[in-house]
Design a protein around this ligand. Structure first.
Ligand code: COA
Length: 262
């Protein structure tokens, strides 16, 4: 049975893709099969994809994702464990580098790799009962799928260290207060709130969204001058588009623009 559901929405929501984790027996933990399905879904979402926003969520009540599959891990020797974690890290980096905006809708537990999965998305929405944490040091390992790198970039070095050193589990309110999640939704409403955000993003120029994402993500790793040069380069991508002319025409004609991504 498939462990990842890929649902492109239709009608007014066309352009939004839902990726739903569905591995109830292991609380959506990433084992070999789920990872393989996840990698395949990401490879369909490269620059040729028409999707404008991707929303990641769980189809299993009570959990977003329990991280890496610890039962499968118990049967791996250190070399196999290293290779698996390396693949998971690469998959989450591929998620982060998808050209279009991504949103994680986190309901209940997002632990270890589950938290790292959410960290690799552009935006995060948490249900009121969400619990986010990197419990790895409690298992005598470290976060290995980007957690030690992405968490401090989001919340700062000292806060990230405290949470990693103490294997702390955070509630939605604290995660929001620290800037880890963009919005808190009522319990059970994280997906709807994430969809609401996706619908706000959907009408914007698709080429512009991708260029803006690249400018922010890559720019943050650069010194300011190099970042501004990157912004100029990304601006160069939107200048020749038909959508840019459509935006100007719609402004002149006092109507809503209709963007095609051309
Ligand atoms: N890997 C493999 N199986 C896992 C798992 C994981 N990461 N997390 C949960 N499961 C399995 C449990 O072993 C259990 O299987 P069983 O029915 O054969 O005993 C089943 O999923 C249900 O787990 P349970 O703990 O009873 O569910 P819960 O809803 O009460 O709690 C969690 C959900 C996610 C809070 C809890 O399972 C948990 O803390 N998991 C470990 C998370 C973790 O430390 N991840 C870091 C990995 S580095």
């Amino acid at each position: 049975m498939a462990e990842l559901r890929v649902d492109p929405l239709r009608g007014e929501d066309e352009g939004i893709l839902l990726l739903g984790l569905e591995r109830p027996s292991a609380r959506n933990a990433f084992g070999r099969q789920l990872l393989q399905e996840f990698e395949a879904a990401l490879s369909d979402l490269g620059s040729g994809s028409k999707m404008r926003v991707v929303v990641l969520h769980s189809l299993v009540p009570g959990v977003f994702c329990a991280g890496a599959d610890l039962k499968e891990r118990a049967g791996m020797d250190p070399g196999e464990a290293e290779a698996f974690v390396g693949r998971l890290r690469s998959a989450f980096t591929a998620l982060e580098r998808l050209p279009m905006p991504t949103i994680a809708a986190v309901e209940d537990a997002a632990l270890g790799g589950g938290h790292e999965l959410a960290l690799a998305c552009d935006l995060r929405v948490a249900g009121e009962s969400a619990v986010l944490g990197l419990p790895e040091t409690g298992l005598a390992i470290i976060p290995g799928a980007g957690g030690t790198q992405r968490l401090p970039r989001l919340v700062g070095r000292a806060v990230a260290k405290e949470w990693i050193f103490t294997a702390r589990r955070l509630g939605a309110a604290e995660a929001h207060a620290r800037g880890l999640v963009n919005r808190v939704a009522s319990r059970g409403e994280a997906l709807w709130t994430a969809l609401g955000l996706a619908r706000e993003i959907l009408p914007q120029g698709p080429v512009a969204l991708r260029a803006a994402k690249r400018a922010v993500d890559r720019g943050l790793d650069l010194a300011l001058d190099a970042g501004l040069a990157l912004e100029q380069e990304c601006y160069g991508e939107v200048l020749p588009t038909r959508d840019r002319l459509e935006g100007l025409a719609a402004f002149r004609e006092k109507r809503r623009p209709v963007y095609t991504g051309d």
